[in-house]
Write a protein that binds this ligand. Structure first.
Ligand code: NAP
Ligand code: ZN
Length: 354
């Protein structure tokens, strides 16, 4: 076992502070990774604050972080796909049973035995009660859950692709050919800004719904064709019934009927945002116009690799604010206020100085 520096939260009300955790020795199928950057996802904040306690309670100490990029330092004897020095990524999952129909269909996030998520999941290796994430110097991961990172992209900007990237890429691809379709992205945060980039890259007419008018110019720069102030009922009404597809990335309770009202015939609204409280849905908002409401959870490993390769080919990365890990608590306060453009990426080198 290897001792590793990390930042952890001791309880739902504690700040993240310096800690020491144990990583397992590399088994024959493992890849040991020195972490270079880790993005801060709103799911990290929900988990640290135990906001999902009714569905996925948090076990403390909690080391969050599932947008990891780093360099391979060691591989097990049976590892075929990676060697020391390779640039790699790790996203939201580090294991699954690999045998169930969902794993065989490359959607390991829905593994029948339950996927092992990168943090706050029971640790099969018994190194700790739960898995510890990427706010740490290094991590040891089974080869099947390690991704190749395009070498032409800035690593700090690649890290958020491992969650925010795949979570928006996957539902956009699954919708079908969105070329020329009117696509709405609700909420311009970490997920939302990646949704804009992918929807644009696949040729959609992209409309951002945001409460924050200060983000309007950025939304247009990121590729949106239009920006709607979602707090302005008149502006909203002008677009009623006109969307083919809407991706809702909002992290808190909000009125989704207002967005169902924006959909045209057979339109679909896919939720990726994960508010802790249930959302009220009006049956009539779905019945009239034969609309559908669905959800989407990250993406499988194969699709995550496809997304990373696509980003490498099309030069797509996240817009990041790079911070040292010592500023993580301020970053959480700002994230809670939707004050980030558009993802914090922690420079893990800062952890070595502690
Ligand atoms: P984020 O950066 O905080 O972005 C969320 C955006 O939602 C904000 O920037 C804000 O956009 C909008 N928003 C926030 N509070 C709102 C409110 N009360 N009413 C209306 N709009 C509000 O968060 P993120 O990292 O993108 O994550 C978004 C959500 O997705 C979180 O719940 C996260 O846990 C979840 N998530 C789900 C998956 C999945 O697999 N499904 C994966 C990762 C994350 P404006 O300022 O533009 O209004
Ligand atoms: Zn995430």
């Amino acid at each position: 076992m290897n001792k590793t520096k990390a930042y952890s939260a001791a309880s739902a009300t504690s700040p993240l502070t310096l800690d020491t955790i144990q990583r397992r020795d590399t088994t024959e199928s493992d890849v040991a990774i020195e972490i270079l950057y880790c993005g801060i996802c709103h799911s990290d904040l929900h988990t640290v604050k135990d906001e999902w306690s009714s569905i996925m309670p948090t076990t403390y100490p909690c080391v969050p972080g599932h947008e990891i990029v780093g360099k391979v330092t060691k591989v097990g004897s049976a590892v075929k796909g990676f060697k020391e020095g390779d640039l790699v990524g790790v996203g939201c999952m580090v294991d699954s049973d690999q045998t169930c129909p969902h794993c065989e269909a490359d959607v390991e996030q829905f593994c029948f035995s339950g996927a092992t998520f990168t943090y706050n999941s029971p640790d099969k290796h018994g190194t700790a009660p739960v898995t510890f994430g990427g706010y740490s110097e290094n991590i040891v991961v089974d080869e099947k859950f390690v991704l190749r990172v395009p070498e032409n992209l800035e690593l700090a900007e690649v890290a958020p692709l491992l969650c925010a990237g795949i979570t928006t890429y996957s539902p956009i691809r699954r919708w079908g050919d969105i070329k020329g379709k009117k696509v709405g992205i609700v909420g311009l945060g970490g997920l939302g800004h990646m949704g804009v980039k992918f929807a644009k890259a696949f040729g959609a007419h992209v409309v951002v719904f945001s409460r924050s008018q200060s983000k309007k110019d950025d939304a247009l720069r990121l590729g949106a064709d239009e920006v709607i102030n979602s707090t302005n009922a008149e502006e909203m009404q002008k677009h009623a019934g006109s969307f083919d597809f809407i991706l809702d990335t909002v992290s808190a309770e909000h009125d989704i009927n207002a967005y169902l009202h924006m959909l045209g015939l057979d339109g679909n609204l896919t939720l990726v945002g994960a508010p802790d409280e249930p959302l009220a849905v009006s049956a009539f908002a779905l019945l009239f116009g034969r609309k559908s409401l669905s959800g989407s959870l990250i993406g499988g490993i194969k699709e995550t690799q496809e997304m990373l390769d696509f980003c490498g080919e099309h030069n797509i990365t996240s817009d990041v604010e790079i911070i040292p890990i010592q500023q993580v608590n301020e970053a959480y306060d700002r994230l809670a206020k939707s004050d980030v453009k558009y993802r914090f990426s922690i420079d893990i080198a800062s952890l070595k100085d502690e």
